[in-house]
Design a protein around this ligand. Structure first.
Ligand SMILES: Nc1nc2c(ncn2[C@@H]2O[C@H](COP(=O)(O)OP(=O)(O)OP(=O)(O)O)[C@@H](O)[C@H]2O)c(=O)[nH]1
Ligand SMILES: [Mg+2]
Length: 302
């Protein structure tokens, strides 16, 4: 699939030297299409219009774009506190966004890249038997222990088991998968809030993070997903998955700016290695396609 990035599209607008009304309109359309959100698109276009009077050129517009997009976009460095006996990352999100795959990628990342000793996967998606098996298979391939109680088990109990066994074995990190649930289904989101409540009694909240997986190909809907999950349980960090499959992905900007949720990782493919810590500069490079440096990559500890 040929992807035409936001930057290439914008650069193509500037065939002449004049910034006219047609160009401004096209620019707004392109920004909205990239999922940066209509409010930010209008702000950027407003800036460009103001600059047009002062004879802005293409490079200046690209600069404004990079700065505006990166304002409010936060990266978080999610890693277990070495002082903690055990840390829990609860992976959540809507159906099919990439949760289970991200669990496996995260397990590999923490063990192989960060050298965390003792990474465990917990099969908290007990909704379908196939979901448990999917995680078990990843565990076998990676050589990572998977705690599971089969289908229909209580997810909070699976996570409790994983935490207790990890503590007794001296393992440091539990990554728990959960069932995909539609953000619009209040009952399912309510179940997640219940899991969260039970889990919070079993672990020091300082070492517990709720990590939401956002599929970058779902567009504007991703914002609503994040908003409703955030309202229900409080999302600590997000993973932008499938960023290799789309030239859009502007949704991360909206989620981070408006909800204050920082991004921890970027999922860029189906292999275990295709997960990288979220970097604002790298994200912008992929979104806009230009070497940009915002100086805004000051990660805060997660
Ligand atoms: N191209 C690409 N595909 C991905 C990425 N992450 C996940 N996928 C694919 O997306 C599909 C769904 O991934 P899962 O990990 O099963 O998604 P899930 O959120 O666990 O799905 P449910 O448990 O059914 O809610 C799979 O085919 C994955 O290989 C990514 O970063 N890039
Ligand atoms: Mg899954």
């Amino acid at each position: 699939m040929k992807k035409t990035g936001l930057g290439a599209k914008i650069r193509a607008l500037f065939t002449g030297s004049k910034i006219d009304e047609a160009l401004i309109e096209n620019l707004e359309d392109i920004l909205i299409e990239a999922d940066v959100g209509s409010r930010l698109a209008a702000e950027i276009v407003g800036d460009v219009e103001a600059m047009a009077g002062r004879g802005a050129d293409r490079d200046t517009v690209m600069d404004v774009l990079a700065k505006r997009v990166s304002e409010g976009l936060r990266a978080v460095d999610l890693r277990p506190d070495p002082e903690a006996d055990v840390t829990l990352y609860l992976i959540l999100g809507v159906n099919g966004t990439g949760k289970t795959t991200s669990c496996a990628k995260l397990a590999r990342y923490y063990r192989d890249v960060l050298g965390v000793s003792g990474v465990v996967l917990a099969a908290g998606d007990t909704f379908r038997a196939a979901a448990v098996q999917q995680l078990v298979t990843h565990g076998e391939r990676l050589g990572i222990r998977v705690v599971q109680q089969g289908q229909n088990a209580d997810p909070a109990s699976v996570i409790f088991d994983a935490l207790a066994s990890a503590k007794s074995r001296g393992e440091r990190l539990v990554i728990a998968d959960t069932a995909g649930r539609m953000h619009t289904r209040a009952d399912l989101v309510g179940q997640l809030a219940k899991i969260d409540k039970v889990v919070r009694r079993q672990i020091d909240p300082a070492h517990y993070r709720k990590v939401m997986v956002i599929d970058s190909t779902t567009g504007q809907n991703g914002y609503r997903q994040a908003e409703l999950f955030h309202e229900a349980v409080g999302v600590d960090a997000a993973i932008l998955a499938k960023y290799d499959s789309t030239a859009k992905g502007g949704i991360a900007v909206q989620i981070s700016r408006s909800l204050g949720i920082p991004f921890a990782f970027l999922g860029t493919g189906e292999t275990y290695e295709s997960l990288q810590p979220f970097s604002v500069d790298d994200y912008l490079r992929r979104l806009i396609g230009d070497p940009v440096s915002t100086g805004m990559d000051d990660d805060v500890p997660g």
